[in-house]
Design a protein around this ligand. Structure first.
Ligand code: DER
Length: 231
């Protein structure tokens, strides 16, 4: 969903904040891709940066557009991470304001590693991602053998787990880390921090898609402009 123009405005606004010498976390998905392409153009114009990809897809795109890439072990921290989201909690009166649901691209494990360690993490999205409360399914990356015990545990928590099927491959989606994805519907998530803590403690769960208290800002593309949120 969301217009490509809105996604492009969001991605390019985030890319404009990249400074010479920065180590930049390169997010996954179609909105972050606009930021990656814009950074590639800045590199062509002489900007010196190193990119840390969050997925095979973002690494492939970074190579395509000429961003020098590195890895977490080879850098001393990340200055700015730019990443997309599937939903952004946008009720400024709610405790979960600025919480994100991520994982639509099954890349949230590496995304969270990089987004969480960055000095500044900005989300790029179109306005369709804004929601008063997070209410989309929570993506869990799970160890393949653990999918049934994790699904059972999710059900006891009131969630409804669904193994994510691949679109162009028989069988389930397999992540960059060789694991499976359970999409867990919890209806409205009024206390994202509590659910995040509970999901993290389930044996067999590698990572969940709740990013609570992590985003420093959001650049949200609208039909005719851009909205900025600072958290
Ligand atoms: O997987 C993710 O969390 C991605 O950021 C992704 O879901 C956002 O995708 P989009 O920018 O293509 O909507």
């Amino acid at each position: 969903g969301g217009s490509d123009g809105a996604k492009r405005r969001a991605g390019e606004r985030a890319a404009a904040a990249v400074e010479d010498g920065d180590v930049v976390g390169l997010g996954t998905g179609s909105t972050a891709a606009h930021a990656i392409r814009a950074i590639g153009r800045a590199v062509d114009d002489g900007l010196a940066v190193r990119g840390i990809p969050t997925s095979f897809q973002s690494r492939q795109l970074a190579l395509e557009v000429g961003i020098p890439i590195s890895c977490l072990e080879a850098v001393d921290g990340i200055d700015l991470a730019i990443d997309g989201a599937d939903q952004i909690a946008d009720d400024s009166d709610a405790p979960g304001y600025g919480a994100l649901l991520k994982g639509g691209g099954a890349a949230h494990t590496r995304e969270k590693m990089i987004d969480s360690t960055a000095d500044r993490f900005v989300v790029v999205a179109d306005a369709s991602k804004l929601s008063g409360v997070l209410e989309k399914p929570v993506a869990l990356e799970v160890i393949p053998d653990a999918r049934t015990i994790v699904a059972d545990e999710v059900r006891t928590m009131g969630g409804e787990p669904t193994l994510r099927d691949a679109a162009h491959k028989d069988g389930p989606v397999v992540t960059d880390n060789g694991n499976l994805v359970l999409d867990c519907a919890f209806d409205e998530i009024d206390a994202p921090d509590e659910l995040a803590t509970r999901l993290s403690s389930v044996p067999g769960v590698v990572e969940h898609g709740l990013f609570v208290g992590m985003a420093d800002a959001a650049y949200v593309g609208t039909d005719d402009g851009l909205e900025v949120r600072e958290y």
